[in-house]
Design a protein around this ligand. Structure first.
Ligand code: MN
Length: 256
């Protein structure tokens, strides 16, 4: 049983709370009505790492990550590329008869059983999840940006030093041929690992070569960096460390 499955099971153990969280996350008024019609929904403190079926608001302005990631890239990436994954995911699940709050409750649930579905759902549910996480993995740049506390201790335990970790993670990103993602993730035994996935796959998918709970996500598709960095993916990754939101990564790590 993966770490993720364990936390998800705990989360969906309370049906009413799960339904409420889905409603809150998706922002779907019709869902709210249908749920409210059958049972009073008490707004719950949702597991904040459960992903809704709608795009969450970007937690900063398009230009907030300048000059690591330029505003135009952020705008296109969020409002065009990522928005399309979200739309196409929802189209795909409707075509498959998957109703949120009824036959499916979370994006994570879809990903864990993605082998049952078609390529359209795999590509777009992955694209939706990965980008929703990616935005949270970043924040306006800070001097000497690095993790601390238990997360730093774990990184030093598994990768010797923070510098070595960055080198290995960057290598996963630059080494991914074509489009994909680099990940820091926890496997089923809570061991912290670095890996990469092709296209929009991720470690939550039952079809993925690397499996576990994602802690940090880096988009290495050309659309994430090409306007500013052109072919220089390594330069994009080198600069990206300045905007990694280590508080967010630490919060995910704390759920293990
Ligand atoms: Mn992307």
């Amino acid at each position: 049983m993966s770490v993720h499955n364990k936390s998800r099971r705990k989360f969906i153990g309370n049906g009413a709370k799960a339904a409420a969280a889905v409603v809150i996350a998706s922002g779907a008024a019709s869902l709210l009505q249908s749920c409210a019609g059958t049972k009073k929904i008490v707004p719950a403190v949702a597991n904040k790492f459960v992903t809704g079926f709608a795009q969450a608001t970007l937690p900063y302005a398009y230009n907030a990550l300048e000059n690591v990631i330029d505003a135009q890239t952020m705008e296109l990436h969020y409002s065009k590329h990522a928005a399309a994954y979200t739309k196409n995911m929802n189209d795909a699940r409707r075509e498959l008869g998957l109703d949120v709050g009824n036959t499916v409750s979370t994006v994570e649930q879809l990903l864990a059983t993605i082998s049952k579905y078609n390529a359209k759902l795999r590509n777009n549910a992955g694209g939706h999840y990965n980008h929703e996480m990616f935005w949270q993995c970043m924040r306006p740049k800070k001097e000497s940006n690095m993790p601390s506390g238990a997360l730093l201790a774990a990184i030093e335990k598994y990768f010797t030093s923070f510098a070595d970790f960055k080198n290995q993670f960057a290598a996963a990103g630059t080494g991914r041929f074509g489009s994909g993602w680099a990940w820091l993730y926890a496997d089923a035994n809570k061991n912290i690992k670095i890996g990469s996935t092709a296209n929009q796959d991720n470690p939550l998918m039952d079809v993925s070569e690397i499996k576990g709970f994602p802690l940090l996500a880096l988009d290495v598709w050309e659309h994430a960096y090409y306007l500013k960095y052109q072919n220089k993916r390594a330069d994009y990754i080198e600069n990206w460390w300045q905007v990694v939101n280590w508080d967010y990564v630490a919060a995910r790590f704390a759920t293990l």
